[in-house]
Design a protein around this ligand. Structure first.
Ligand code: TXA
Ligand code: MG
Length: 364
């Protein structure tokens, strides 16, 4: 199968540009499209063959449910019987945006979409191409991230092409995703509500609306989490580059020394490795930068500026935006190891650390 990459300018495109994509969805095909978080691999929630193709193309375990993407509240009303005032308030506050909310599953949606769970995860993406595509298709679109299962999620059309060339008919190229990590998934069926997967929506923002919300992997011990995950996606290895990822956990008293020590060891071993710098409060000495060359990637500077980020919210959102693409970039350079220092778990740091811990093969 030939995979077509179709460039679409998110700021000015015509319906015509998206008709072909919408038709493919209508015919039970799968296509890749941009969202504000990561690229999605979509099929109609009413097409059994489309849904099957998603699982096959990704190599995704059948017990890991998909997120249902909608483009309007009208579409939500079509598949949900009742929306409580609290949940309605969340939709109004954060949609379109990187928040996925669990609802009781609609009879209308194929059971394969939710992996036979009684709940269904729904979100309205904040991307004009995605919204228009869903609109034109006229059906909710089930879409996981458009990566081969286990790989870092795709934040550009090229990443999708890398994973799915020859396997899907069409990739809509709307440029890089500006959030860069997947949506925050919350279970509001539970009391108190629970974050199943931290993501692109700030915990701090969410807490303004749900003051007693808890975080799944912070309240459930590890062993139990492994044995009985309530969000199936949690039990699989995830987001991993081909290189072995070494994570130095964030330490309040500073992680400069542990990072430099591990850098020294990798250099002494003569390893081919990359280093991703995420600490705005110290710089890595020039000798290491010289040694690493292109394999030194600094995420502490705003694009095309000379000053490091002063604001932690901005720093964390920049790291989130570039995390997956940086892992993929170093992978392309065939490094054996990737070293990265952890950040504090606030703002998007919560999602970043969640992804890094799942992706890491060594945590110090
Ligand atoms: O930002 C995103 O959410 C992206 C874009 C494409 O929208 N999508 C995405 O989908 O990340 P995926 O399939 O890679 O991750 C969906 C996560 C999985 O961890 C899955 O287990 C969880 O959502 N999930 C989906 N439905 C669920 C349900 N009914 N109950 C619990 N967890 C659910
Ligand atoms: Mg995924």
């Amino acid at each position: 199968m030939d995979t077509r990459l179709l460039p679409i300018d998110p700021e000015k495109f015509s319906e015509e540009d998206l008709k072909q994509a919408a038709n493919l969805i209508g015919q039970g095909e799968i296509i890749a499209f941009p969202t504000e978080t990561v690229y999605g691999l979509g099929a109609s929630v009413y097409s059994a063959s489309g849904i099957k193709k998603i699982f096959q193309a990704k190599g995704r375990p059948m017990d890991n449910p998909l997120i249902v993407h909608i483009s309007s509240m009208e579409m939500l009303n079509n598949i949900v019987d009742e929306i409580s005032p609290n949940v309605k308030q969340l939709c109004e506050a954060f949609w379109p945006g990187p928040l996925t909310i669990l609802f009781p599953k609609s009879e209308k949606i194929l059971p394969e979409v939710t992996a036979h769970l009684p709940t269904m995860a729904v979100r309205m993406p904040n991307n004009p191409i995605a919204l228009k595509l869903i609109d034109l298709a006229g059906v909710p679109i089930a879409a996981p991230s458009a990566n081969i299962s286990g790989r870092p999620s795709p934040t550009t059309a090229e990443h999708v092409f890398h994973d799915f060339n020859g396997k899907i008919p069409l990739i809509l190229d709307g440029g890089p995703c500006f959030v860069g990590v997947e949506s925050t998934v919350i279970d509001v069926q539970r009391v108190p509500p629970l974050i199943l997967r931290p993501g692109g929506l700030n915990f701090e923002n969410l807490r303004k609306y749900l003051p007693n919300i808890q975080i799944y992997d912070k309240i459930i011990p590890n062993e139990e989490l492994e044995a009985r995950p309530s969000t199936p996606g949690l039990k699989y290895r995830h987001y991993s580059p081909t290189a072995s990822l070494i994570l130095i956990e964030y330490r309040l008293l500073g992680i400069e020394q542990p990072i430099l020590k591990r850098l020294d060891e990798l250099i002494a071993q003569k390893s081919r490795f990359g280093y991703i710098h995420t600490q705005a409060n110290f710089t890595i000495p020039q000798q290491y930068r010289d040694q690493l060359g292109d394999f030194f990637i600094d995420l502490t500077y705003p694009d095309s500026e000379m000053e490091v980020f002063q604001d932690k919210v901005q720093l964390h959102s920049h790291i989130a935006q570039h995390l997956f693409s940086t892992l993929r970039k170093l992978d392309d350079q065939k490094v054996e190891y990737i070293l990265i220092g952890g950040i504090s778990e606030d703002f998007e740091g919560l999602a970043v650390m969640n992804r890094l811990r799942k992706a890491a093969s060594e945590i110090l």
